[in-house]
Design a protein around this ligand. Structure first.
Ligand SMILES: *[C@@H]1O[C@H](CO)[C@@H](O)[C@H](O)[C@H]1NC(C)=O
Ligand SMILES: *[C@@H]1O[C@H](CO)[C@@H](O)[C@H](O)[C@H]1NC(C)=O
Ligand SMILES: *[C@@H]1O[C@H](CO)[C@@H](O)[C@H](O)[C@H]1NC(C)=O
Ligand SMILES: *[C@@H]1O[C@H](CO)[C@@H](O)[C@H](O)[C@H]1NC(C)=O
Ligand SMILES: *[C@@H]1O[C@H](CO)[C@@H](O)[C@H](O)[C@H]1NC(C)=O
Ligand SMILES: *[C@@H]1O[C@H](CO)[C@@H](O)[C@H](O)[C@H]1NC(C)=O
Ligand SMILES: *[C@@H]1O[C@H](CO)[C@@H](O)[C@H](O)[C@H]1NC(C)=O
Length: 418
């Protein structure tokens, strides 16, 4: 089913609100925790150090196996069982994972979801080498911008590299709405910036936000943008917060003129604001831009198993049908993204991870994640139909593959520079 406008349309529009509001908001527990750990004056400590001489003499060896075969579409392929190479790190060996993603620790009984390799049809993805990634990041900042799904990708990236950095030479700083992972010896950082709509909104507080009350400032981005200036690698993502309801309250033009906008229209206007910001603030010679397409949801099992009425809970294997596409991944929004990027005067690489992730009904956190900042209670776990999270992903897992693809593109860029 490649059309968003289908029988299921109504079901989506009625179900998204419930599922989303229960899952993507963070509760007061998390809020208090975060404000404890955060401390504005930390920002000086994090960036207080002037750049060293690390920038010079960067030498990344790009081997023939690192090269993506020209013309190969890495987004078309299949998942192959590979319990020898995957997972790329162990859940318990990465201290930077938040409770929301540590499914095994939270009680998930099966770990098959960790053992799948993405195999593109026409080529191989390069092996992820953390030292090569660090070499490419030397003296640089890489920032992931978006919602909690993007935070998952940020954490995945941190876990992919952290094991090769000695204790005491790495640190995670929480400076809301940012998280900053510093790698001292490389004078590098991997960062996360909370901006669920990319443009400004009333949901921009890192923890005190709710999808119930959305008010998006479709033409404002400067407050966020000033934190993105000069960042070497920017990776954007924004989707699920838009999809709460078919209409969204927003302003465009007069700051007090709040109107209900069709989400498609609102998304298009927000992308325009984003594109304008990029064109006047980005130096394409020194900054590299990526945009992740939507992360799919698996909220309704009838989509892959007609006649059933469950969700992604208790799913242990990827979907086999190569043409499978869930109704939650809106192709109109996809098209808007494609157009916006095509019209930009600077290069943004679109990483189209939707299809490959669509197959992974088995890889969500289900009842082994968090809800309002807390693990599920025994009673809630007994009712997966109401409480399973089929939006977020366990780690290690699918976001590691997104990062492997990002890594492959960075290698290509480096190869072209030298
Ligand atoms: C923030 O950190 C600074 C320096 O580490 C410390 O002096 C200050 O007391 C901290 N403030 C709060 C509110 O924790
Ligand atoms: C890996 O998978 C194969 C095939 O399913 C199985 O026979 C083997 O025991 C697995 N190895 C490990 C280490 O889990
Ligand atoms: C969260 O934000 C709302 C609206 O901005 C505000 O009224 C409320 O006091 C905030 N809650 C906390 C705990 O800061
Ligand atoms: C929103 O606008 C788009 C494009 O104009 C249209 O295709 C879509 O049906 C509209 N959606 C709603 C819910 O009105
Ligand atoms: C927009 O805001 C008004 C006033 O707060 C509210 O009644 C309405 O439900 C909101 N619309 C949407 C789509 O959230
Ligand atoms: C999960 O699925 C298996 C069959 O695949 C079934 O035997 C088992 O009862 C299910 N578990 C739960 C908790 O629904
Ligand atoms: C992403 O991939 C899907 C599935 O192959 C395709 O339908 C969609 O048009 C692609 N999106 C873009 C922006 O190229």
């Amino acid at each position: 089913m490649h059309s968003f406008k289908s029988l299921s349309d109504r079901k989506i529009h009625t179900l998204f609100p419930i599922v989303l509001s229960s899952i993507i908001i963070l509760g007061s527990v998390r809020l208090i925790l975060d404000s404890f750990k955060s401390n504005q004056s930390n920002i000086l400590k994090v960036y207080g150090k002037p750049n060293g001489e690390n920038n010079n003499g960067v030498h990344v060896v790009v081997s023939p196996e690192d090269r993506l075969k020209e013309g190969c579409n890495v987004f078309e392929g299949k998942w192959v069982w590979d319990n020898e190479s995957y997972p790329l790190y162990q859940e318990q060996s990465c201290p930077y994972l938040v409770k929301q993603t540590t499914c095994l620790k939270n009680g998930r009984p099966d770990s098959f979801y960790q053992n799948w390799r993405w195999q593109p049809h026409g080529c191989n993805l390069p092996r992820f080498d953390p030292l090569k990634l660090l070499d490419m990041l030397r003296g640089k900042r890489m920032m992931f911008i978006g919602d909690s799904l993007q935070r998952g990708q940020f954490e995945s990236m941190v876990c992919l590299v952290q094991s090769v950095i000695p204790e005491g030479k790495k640190s995670l700083h929480r400076i809301p709405p940012m998280k900053i992972f510093k790698i001292e010896e490389y004078d590098a950082s991997i960062e996360y910036y909370w901006a669920p709509f990319i443009v400004e909104s009333i949901s921009d507080h890192a923890t005190n936000h709710t999808v119930h009350k959305r008010m998006v400032r479709l033409d404002s981005i400067a407050k966020h943008g000033k934190h993105w200036q000069g960042v070497d690698i920017l990776v954007f993502e924004s989707y699920i917060w838009w999809m709460h309801k078919p209409l969204v309250n927003a302003t465009y033009g007069l700051p007090d003129d709040v109107k209900e906008y069709n989400v498609t229209t609102a998304y298009r206007l927000a992308l325009k604001t984003w594109a304008d910001w990029l064109e006047s603030n980005i130096n394409p010679l020194t900054q590299k831009l990526f945009f992740m397409t939507m992360s799919p949801t698996h909220l309704w099992s009838w989509e892959w198993q007609p006649g059933s009425d469950e969700n992604c809970f208790n799913e242990s294997y990827p979907i086999q049908d190569p043409s499978y596409w869930g109704t939650g991944s809106n192709l109109e929004i996809m098209e808007l993204l494609k157009q916006a990027i095509a019209e930009l005067k600077i290069d943004v690489t679109l990483l189209n991870i939707t299809q490959l992730s669509e197959y992974r009904k088995d890889a969500h956190t289900t009842i082994y994640g968090e809800r309002k900042g807390k693990l599920l209670t025994k009673e809630q776990r007994a009712d997966p139909k109401s409480f399973a999270d089929c939006i977020h992903w366990c780690l290690p897992g699918v976001p590691d593959i997104w990062n492997q693809i990002l890594y492959a593109h960075l290698l290509t860029t480096f190869q072209n520079l030298t």
